[in-house]
Design a protein around this ligand. Structure first.
Ligand code: IMP
Length: 422
């Protein structure tokens, strides 16, 4: 099963993966890097995972980072050590594709220099070097984890790549990096990281050969941040959508049985770019406080909006969603009325499909349906019948508008605050 964010990221994939991980053998991340921030609450403790799959919090589960991931080795080891320090036996359970590309110091410098240069048109990246690392990969100038196996060759490769980056950094009026130092710093970590190298596709297929085995492929960010299908150029630089899962871990698409899209019961976005259902003040601040909508990686306040069914319908299309998990329903508990966007209005012309023209998307006005709120707490609900009638009607409407059946509803951050609908 693939788990994807079906909006702009931060939908609560970490929580859903954590819930499902109890019943699987492998959890594998297929794209992105330390830009992600997956928050998971277990037994009163909070864990924020950036590069390590959320399955790590379940004893004995194998966690893989696929070839589609870009790996910041320093930050990865810090994250790993924090988990180990908190009593999680993480290290022997992690495998990383030797084909995963490395994020090196100059990628972060380039990311930040590009953003400065863009000024008012900045993308609002996390500054973690994601875009430049994927640029190098596509330009066939990247360094892969497996390249660290031969120390001398690795040094040569990294120095060449760093000098190439330095030429760009100078052109952007940014400080160049010390090439040899960059190489030495990552090569020094070889002995810790190389024992984790694996062929992720092979491991997944071998596991699935055994009877009664299951694998979760965990996406980061969301469909609307996909480099092909998102609100380009206000996107991340990887294939966040379900099809990216196959290439991102090294299996064929026919191995995938189902795709679960995770959506919030409303909409949020961090960074720049269109957000048609964005709320105005003070409603946006109110929802942000209720939902604690601050970035898990950067701490930035998230922009907040009503549920946008045009977005999720589109997401169902580009991901082939077989089901939905709706998170943070409880955040809406106090609202007297809720709005749901069913279409966009562009100067009298109604659009029911998500437009590819960014100019049009920036101009559209949402067409809303208003539904009554339930004004009762839902966080103790464990079955769909525990929910107030209005909450069930709200979920039914989301299902009808998006065309994807709801399989899970999350009503709080704790592991047990989940309703299994089907
Ligand atoms: P980048 O991935 O750091 O290059 O950032 C590109 C865009 O994706 C920016 O709008 C970021 O705010 C957004 N983004 C990246 N990672 C996440 C995430 O994990 N959640 C939500 N937005 C993200």
């Amino acid at each position: 099963m693939v788990i994807v964010g079906a909006q702009w990221g931060d939908e609560g994939k970490g929580k859903i993966v954590d819930v499902l991980a109890a019943d699987v053998h492998i959890v594998a991340r297929y794209q992105g890097g330390a830009n992600a921030g997956h928050t998971v609450h277990v037994d009163g403790e909070t864990f924020i995972l950036h590069q390590i799959p959320s399955g790590i919090l379940h004893r004995g589960k194998r966690c893989l980072l696929g070839n589609g991931v870009v790996l910041d080795v320093h930050q990865f080891l810090e994250e790993l050590d924090t988990l180990v320090g908190r009593g999680i036996d993480a290290e022997p359970r992690i495998g990383i594709s030797g084909r995963a590309h490395l994020i090196l110091e100059y990628h972060k410098q380039l990311d930040q220099a590009h953003e400065r240069l863009r000024g008012a048109l900045k993308i609002g990246t996390t500054g973690k070097g994601i875009g430049p690392a994927y640029e190098d990969k596509i330009a066939r100038a990247g360094v892969r984890l497996a390249d660290l196996m031969d120390e001398e060759r690795a040094h040569r490769l990294i120095c060449t790549a760093a000098e190439r980056a330095n030429a760009r950094l100078r052109a952007l009026r940014a400080e160049p990096v010390h090439a040899s130092e960059v190489a030495d710093n990552v090569i020094a970590l070889r002995s810790r990281v190389l024992p984790m190298v694996t062929d992720t596709g092979r491991e997944i297929l071998d596991t699935l050969q055994r009877p009664d085995t299951r694998v979760l492929l965990e996406g980061a960010q969301g469909a609307l941040l996909d480099v092909d299908h998102g609100t380009y150029p206000y996107v991340t630089s990887s294939s966040t959508t379900a099809a990216g899962a196959a290439t991102g871990v090294g299996i064929g698409p026919t191995v995938i049985d189902s795709v679960l899209g995770v959506v919030k019961a409303y909409t949020t976005r961090v960074g720049s770019g269109p957000l048609p259902t964005e709320m105005e003040s003070p409603l946006a601040e109110h929802l942000r406080e209720l939902g604690a909508e601050y970035g898990a990686t950067t701490g930035r306040p998230r922009r907040c909006g009503w549920f946008d069914a045009v977005v999720v319908r589109y997401s169902a299309q580009v991901n082939g969603l077989t089901g939905l998990a709706v998170t943070k329903l409880d955040v809406l508990d106090t609202f007297a009325e809720l709005k749901v966007c069913t279409a966009y209005d562009a100067g009298g012309e109604v659009h029911e499909s998500f437009p590819y023209d960014l100019g049009l998307l920036e101009r559209v006005r949402p067409v809303y349906e208003t539904m009554p709120g339930w004004r009762r707490p839902t966080s103790a609900a464990r079955s769909i019948t525990d929910l107030p009638r209005e909450a069930r009607a709200y979920l039914d409407r989301l299902e009808a508008l998006t065309g994807a059946p709801i399989e899970f509803v999350s009503v709080g951050s704790a592991r047990e605050q989940i309703i299994r609908v089907r």
